[in-house]
Structure formats: C-alpha cells, structure tokens
Write a protein that binds this ligand. Structure first.
Ligand SMILES: *[C@@H]1O[C@H](CO)[C@@H](O)[C@H](O)[C@H]1NC(C)=O
Ligand SMILES: *[C@@H]1O[C@H](CO)[C@@H](O)[C@H](O)[C@H]1NC(C)=O
Ligand SMILES: *[C@@H]1O[C@H](CO)[C@@H](O)[C@H](O)[C@H]1NC(C)=O
Ligand SMILES: *[C@@H]1O[C@H](CO)[C@@H](O)[C@H](O)[C@H]1NC(C)=O
Ligand SMILES: *[C@@H]1O[C@H](CO)[C@@H](O)[C@H](O)[C@H]1NC(C)=O
Length: 304
C-alpha cells in the first residue's frame, strides 16, 4: 500500500507546485510601482525600464538600463541604444538583442559594392554589457571570407577571427561550420565594446558565381544552423540575435553590499559577475520573482 500511496502524493505535490509557480509567476511585479512593464509583447523588468524613474540610474545619472519603446515601424519595438531588444532575462542576467550582419559583396571583377556597406558600423558601447561566451559564436559565412572581431577584455584590446574558404558549392556541408563555406569560433569570456568586420582575401573573384558576398557576425549558437543556401540568402538577414550578459555597477558583492546604491531586494542574494566588474541579484531558494525590486522575491511555498 505505502509505496503506491507515496507515489500518488509525490505526483500531486509536483502538479500543485508547478501550477502554483505558473499561476504566481505572472502575478509577480517585474517593474517598479506605477511603471510600464511592457513594450508590445516584450516584458521590460527592472532594472531595465522605459521611462525616467523606471530604470536604474548608474553613477552620475547614466542611463545604461534605459530601454526606448518606439512605434516607428507601426508596431512597438524596444531598443537599447540602436539595437532592437528581443528578450530580457532576470534569472540569467541576460538580454537578447539584434546585432548587425556585416555583409561584404563584390562585383564579378572584384570591386567592392558600396551598396553592401551603406551604414555606419554600429559597435556595442554600453558598459553594462558583455558578450555571453556560453551562448554565442563568432561566425563567417562565405567561400573567400573572414570574420574579424575587435573588442576589449579586462580593459585591454582583444582580437579574434575565423576564416572560411571553399572552391565550389558542392564542398559545402549543411549543418557543418568547419571552415568550408562557414567557420565559427568561441567567444572569450568578458568581451565588451565589440565590433565585427567582414573581409575577403581575393574579393570573391574565384567564387563569385555562387558566392558574391561574405558575411561576418556574432550569433546565438542555438539559433544558427549553417545551410549552403546562406551563401547567397544571408544578405537578406540584416541583423541576427546575440545574447549579452549584464551586471549592476562596477564593484563586487563584498564591496557594494553595505552601500546605499546596493539594489538586491529582500530574500535575495548577491552574485559576483564571472568576468570583470559588477554583480547580479538572485532570489534565495524557495523564492521567485524579480530580485532587483525591494520586495520582488516572493515565497513559492504558501501562496494560496
Ligand atoms: C503604432 O502604430 C500603428 C500604425 O501607425 C497604430 O495603429 C498603433 O495604434 C500604434 N501603437 C501605439 C501603441 O502607439
Ligand atoms: C565592377 O565595378 C568596377 C568599378 O565600378 C567596374 O569598372 C567594372 O566594370 C565592374 N565589373 C563588372 C563585371 O560589372
Ligand atoms: C542544404 O539545405 C538547403 C536548404 O536549406 C538545400 O537547398 C541545399 O540543397 C542543401 N545542401 C546540401 C549540400 O545538402
Ligand atoms: C534569416 O532570415 C530568414 C527569414 O526571415 C529566417 O527564416 C532565418 O532563420 C534567418 N537566419 C538566421 C540565421 O537567423
Ligand atoms: C556590512 O553590514 C553588516 C551588517 O549590517 C556587517 O555585519 C558587516 O561587517 C558589514 N560589512 C562591511 C564590509 O562593512
């Protein structure tokens, strides 16, 4: 008797607690009181915010956590600086934004098409952001192409690159990014203030018929699977998703915990950022919600 009964009870506990979590999650406040917490479908949790007083101000009133919600295209779009925001995660301390695909095209005799580089290069200059080294790769697609990444790591210049070549489209294998038509390389932890550039060694003259353009970009790894079709079609993807880590301030937990600008709320703990400076907040075990709000972490055991 006993065993079966315990099993049944355990199952019920599982069902009830997942129902509770689902039900209470949506009730948890994610923004400061009287602050808008959405831009279209996207939730904008504190420390991010849409209007003054609703996002966290840095030292000397800086506005790194400000997100602008505009409707220029007819539907609401959230932006941090120039970049479109597609997701903000409080639990992981991450934000997904759309960064530029650097497109490098030539005519059949190897002259760069000026059309392919119409815009100024947008670099990531917000100091709260580092490129997540666990979620992204640096990628180049093309048969005479390389990707060149410039940035800073521990306040020192840092460079990385990968090169991709091929002689014919039939050498290229779908799903394989191993320097034939596509190359990818790991992102080092703690990279900030990055720009990516696309280059070519022979200006695509030997491969032009099937690959007139090369591409260079950072991309969220789980949203990229190489296809030979990308040799030509990737010029239509002007931007691609990238995951950034964000942190609060420039000091570690020990230094900041007793200061007036320390923001982790009740029932939360402070976590040092893995690279460089700053900290994050997490709800203690048994609590859920937004640890950056004073009373954001709420118990999940007895919330009926
Ligand atoms: C955004 O623009 C569209 C089209 O111009 C308009 O119908 C809609 O009401 C606007 N939405 C907001 C929130 O302003
Ligand atoms: C490529 O562009 C250069 C410079 O505009 C031009 O002189 C050349 O004729 C072009 N080649 C072709 C095949 O269009
Ligand atoms: C790779 O996939 C694309 C579709 O995404 C297809 O058109 C192409 O033929 C495939 N190439 C190879 C070499 O299998
Ligand atoms: C490029 O854009 C197409 C069409 O919007 C989309 O289906 C595809 O997933 C994009 N590719 C990448 C790598 O994001
Ligand atoms: C911070 O405050 C706590 C109690 O308020 C105290 O025990 C601790 O020594 C303080 N730490 C520092 C570094 O001042």
């Amino acid at each position: 008797m006993g065993f079966r009964r315990i099993l049944v009870q355990l199952t019920w506990v599982g069902v009830i607690s997942s129902v509770m979590v689902a039900a209470t999650d949506t009730q948890f406040p994610s923004a400061l009181p009287n602050c808008p917490d959405r831009c279209g479908d996207l939730q904008i949790p504190y420390p991010f915010g849409l209007t003054e007083g609703c996002y966290l101000n840095g030292n000397n009133g800086s506005t790194e956590f400000s997100v602008v919600c505009d409707n220029l295209s007819g539907k609401p779009e959230a932006k941090t600086g120039d970049f479109l925001v597609t997701d903000i995660s409080i639990q992981e301390g991450q934000i997904e934004i759309m960064m530029d695909n650097e497109i490098d095209c030539y005519n059949s005799t190897g002259t760069p098409l000026s059309l392919s580089k119409p815009r100024r290069k947008r670099s990531l200059t917000n100091p709260i952001f580092t490129i997540s080294h666990t979620k992204n790769k640096l990628v180049s697609v093309g048969c005479d192409s390389y990707a060149y990444l410039k940035g800073f790591r521990n306040d020192k210049r840092f460079y990385s690159f990968c090169r991709s070549i091929c002689d014919s489209k039939s050498d290229v294998v779908n799903g394989s990014c191993s320097r034939v038509g596509c190359c990818q390389t790991d992102i080092r932890g703690g990279l900030k203030y990055i720009t990516v550039e696309a280059y070519s060694l022979y200006n695509h003259v030997y491969v032009w018929e099937f690959n007139p353009c090369g591409y260079a970009f950072i991309i969220r790894e789980d949203k990229f699977s190489f296809s030979s079709a990308y040799l030509t079609t990737l010029r239509n993807n002007k931007t691609l998703p990238v995951v950034l880590d964000w942190t609060i301030g420039s000091e570690k937990c020990d230094l900041t915990r007793n200061k007036s600008n320390y923001i982790c709320g009740e029932n939360s703990r402070c976590v040092d950022s893995m690279y460089g400076s700053g900290y994050r907040c997490e709800c203690k075990n048994g609590y859920r919600g937004n640890p950056y709000l004073d009373h954001g972490c709420q118990g999940i055991q007895f919330t009926y």
